[in-house]
Design a protein around this ligand. Structure first.
Ligand SMILES: [Ca+2]
Ligand SMILES: [Ca+2]
Length: 243
């Protein structure tokens, strides 16, 4: 009995020791060879301030600066990071996405599948201007890394966030207590109704579709005049301040 037990104890200990060695090896391997912060994959996303995230969006190993004034994804900009630690000019996400005249673009950035790479959710819609909302021309979940020319991803999938109304805002949220960022969607549902819908992330990647139970739990209904509040602490719940 004793022998059997000690074997069962010894095995996890050995495994733990091995993973410690491996972690040490990885840490050593990640030491920058030629440049400081710009080493490939060296820096996890961090918050420069409440509406500014530093993280690698295009997968070149250099942190980019993503600004999200108002937290609602309607005025998001990107400044691509350079090797020397500076940033390029500020570009509007709506322009990178190819938004046409009359259309509204909304975006949310986070590592939704928690694989260390920032991902993007986008919605483009031309608002109807009337009681009946139009639906999205394009609504996608785009796992990073993203193409810096147009923020495309080879693994993009359709998202149903724009299927049931006009998306007016997207915010990162933490609705359940897992490590995967969730999404709040401010949605013009028509006839004077504005909803805050929710989409939870799936542990195996991507965002789940509309789920009535989760929506009843975390969502809210309001009016055009008094829309539901959107979360503003999504990034802060997942990312620490940059030191
Ligand atoms: Ca980058
Ligand atoms: Ca990711």
């Amino acid at each position: 009995m004793l022998r059997t037990r000690s074997r069962w104890i010894a095995a996890p200990l050995a495994a733990a020791a091995l993973s410690l060695c491996y972690a040490g090896y990885q840490a050593g391997a990640a030491e920058p060879a030629d440049s400081g912060k710009a080493a490939a994959g060296a820096s996890a996303p961090c918050l420069a301030d409440a509406t500014t995230l530093l993280g690698d969006l295009d997968g070149d190993g250099i942190q980019d600066r993503i600004s999200n004034p108002g937290h609602d994804g309607t005025k998001m900009t990107v400044e691509w990071g350079k090797k020397d630690g500076t940033f390029g000019e500020k570009v509007a996400v709506k322009d990178l996405l190819g938004t046409k005249k009359g259309e509204e673009a909304t975006a949310a950035v986070a590592d939704f599948d928690n694989d260390g790479t920032l991902d993007l959710v986008v919605n483009i819609v031309e608002p109807s201007g009337g009681d009946d909302p139009s639906t999205a021309r394009l609504a996608e979940y785009r796992p990073g890394p993203l193409n810096r020319a147009d923020l495309s991803s080879p693994d993009a999938t359709h998202s149903d966030i724009g299927d049931m109304g006009e998306v007016q805002g997207l915010s990162v949220a933490r609705y359940n207590d897992d490590a995967y960022p969730d999404l709040a969607v401010l949605n013009n549902a028509g006839d004077g109704v504005t909803d805050r819908d929710v989409r939870l992330s799936k542990p195996d990647g991507g965002l789940a579709g509309f789920d009535r139970e989760q929506n009843n739990k975390y969502g809210e209904t309001g009016t055009w005049a008094e829309p539901p509040a959107m979360p503003t602490d999504g990034w802060a719940s997942f990312y620490k301040g940059c030191s």
